[in-house]
Design a protein around this ligand. Structure first.
Ligand code: SF4
Length: 336
């Protein structure tokens, strides 16, 4: 099976106790069936502690978080007691995977690391925009599935190449917005020519809203962390929230937005094979970058400058709120 991933993925190492924002705090940690059976069979003190801290429901099980919303197995040094006592092979699947994501296609498997993790965010911003692959392509799906996949991969790879070669983010954004309708129509015609089902959208456009209008729309989405709601409210009230000021004072942000766009297009564009909505995938990518820009602009407005660390914190907060909530991802892709 061909395996594709961003070149930086092999450099990823969890920061563990050096992480300022452990993914074992504030998130419900689901326990997969196999791991649950293992934990239930454990004897001794660790077995008792495991069983005492698992909440079982009809079809699922998860760890009961402490009052401070910490995983009960995260020790005072922010290290995982299960790894320390039982080894890395005995943590739940979700803990093994996070922050990695996987997409199994008919011809290949693609993987990456998610922006919600601060070390992943740093690598996404700092590393070359390039993919690497190993293994041979497979043909596991139907002929139609493989045909569609090949077409969409070609479109996506062309977009990725343009992102990696562009120098001006604003120009790139404008061009993509102008071309999406043509891209969707070309795909529809191609489906018809090859007698493939087409369920794509009737309307194919992307509206580049002002920061304020976009914030208003984001406030209507599902909000998980109070700090995200507070930030959106403060940003909405800020009279100095302007893109020009952000770009003038921070030349390097443009390159950062290209890296983020590359990440979003790589991660989400191929989901169009399920709904034929190419424009929706680009909408999700472009609106996301614009919203993260607004977060950066807010820091510049408040402090008169923007550090790399503040940018990383902005992007991971965005990702935690949006990417880790499927309803929000769908709502942004559909946001007309
Ligand atoms: S957020 Fe990333 S670096 Fe931090 S604990 Fe989780 S995986 Fe490790």
């Amino acid at each position: 099976m061909m395996r594709v991933r961003p070149g930086y993925m092999s450099s990823f190492r969890c920061l563990a106790d050096r992480c300022t924002d452990s993914c074992c705090i504030g998130w419900e940690i689901d326990i997969d069936e196999e791991t649950l059976a293992y934990y239930e069979s454990m004897s001794g003190a660790i077995g008792n502690k495991l069983r005492e801290n698992i909440e079982k429901q009809k079809d699922s099980a998860y760890f009961k978080l402490t009052k401070k919303e910490r995983c009960p197995f995260l020790n005072a040094q922010n290290l995982c007691e299960i790894i320390l006592e039982l080894g890395e092979d005995h943590i739940c699947q979700i803990c093994t995977d996070h922050p990695r994501y996987y997409d199994w296609m008919a011809s290949r498997m693609e993987e990456g690391i998610g922006l919600a993790c601060e070390e992943a965010a740093r690598l996404i911003l700092d590393s070359p925009m390039a993919l690497e692959s190993e293994g041979e392509e497979e043909k596991e799906g139907s002929k139609q599935e493989l045909l569609r996949e090949r077409y969409l991969l070609a479109v996506r790879d062309e977009i990725l190449e343009r992102i990696s070669k562009a120098t001006d983010y604003k120009e790139l954004e404008q061009k993509l917005v102008q071309e999406v309708s043509k891209m969707q129509i070309a795909y529809k015609s191609w489906c018809e020519k090859h007698e493939l089902a087409y369920e794509g959208p009737a309307k194919a456009s992307i509206l580049l809203r002002s920061y304020k209008e976009l914030i208003k729309r984001y406030k209507e989405l599902e909000i998980n962390q109070p700090k995200w709601r507070k930030l959106l409210e403060e940003m909405e009230e800020d009279p100095k929230l302007f893109r020009d000021i952000l770009y003038e004072k921070n030349e390097n942000v443009q390159s950062g937005y290209r890296h983020l766009l590359y990440y979003f297009v790589y991660r989400y564009f191929m989901q169009a094979r399920y709904d034929d909505d190419l424009v929706g995938k680009l909408r999700l990518a472009l609106y996301s970058i614009r919203m993260m820009e607004a977060q950066d602009a807010y820091i510049v407005s408040q402090k008169g400058r923007l550090t790399k660390w503040e940018r990383i914190c902005n992007y991971k907060l965005y990702s935690q709120e949006i990417e880790y909530c499927e309803d929000n991802v769908i709502a942004i892709a559909d946001m007309l």
